[in-house]
Design a binder for this molecule. Sequence first.
Ligand SMILES: [Zn+2]
Length: 249
Amino acid sequence: MGGALLAVDAVAGHEGETAFALLRPPGHHAGAAAGRGFCVFNNAAFAARRALDAHGARRVFILDWDVHHGNGTQEIFYPEPAVVFCSLHQEAWYPGTGALEDTGEGPGEGTTINIPLPAGIGDGGYRYLFEEVVLPLLRVVAPGLIVISAGFDAHHADPLGGMVMTAPGFGRLARLTREAAGSTPVVALLEGGYDLRALAASVAATLEGLTGIEAGFSLPEEAVGEAPFAVARTRARDVRRIVGQHWAL
Ligand SMILES: [Zn+2]
């Protein structure tokens, strides 16, 4: 958790700066009062609070691409208008939360954006959802800090997820996010990832994507069976309909 705070302090006020905190345990299932699901302290929540309270950020955008829904983060910020929480996750999977219709409450209405996805979504599907939903939302929210809950258990080799992402696919999501962020600082925090080889390759690819430095860490991977593209297209349309009630995408 201290690493998340240090990462925010390191980038706050520095245009276009990026940090990646390699933390264990992960944090996004932890609530305000108790740990859950391998998580003890909600690192992303602490990072967001730090940016708001200590660095004067008016809004923070938390992008959670771990294969599991970040229920702790959602719970902590559900009524909070200054934190936009956007999660892509496998539907009907641990912890069972993260429905499309859950969009926040009270002054936080519209600041929770859930994108539940059927198993089998891979690089192409995630990229499409980023281009159709996540990146336009990021631009319209115009946060003072972007926190990525960077889990890599959507990788095809991961034993705890049913998605078919590859390491270079994560690298592309990171690059798209960094480009859309413009001058906004980005802090990535390690969440899940339970196949160590896939985790290492995915973190390396993400570092390349966030920094724009091609270090040669990211090796090509065999394409694996991906759900039909129409699935991602339909889901993007559903999410845009709901998000469009609150944000002009
Ligand atoms: Zn996870």
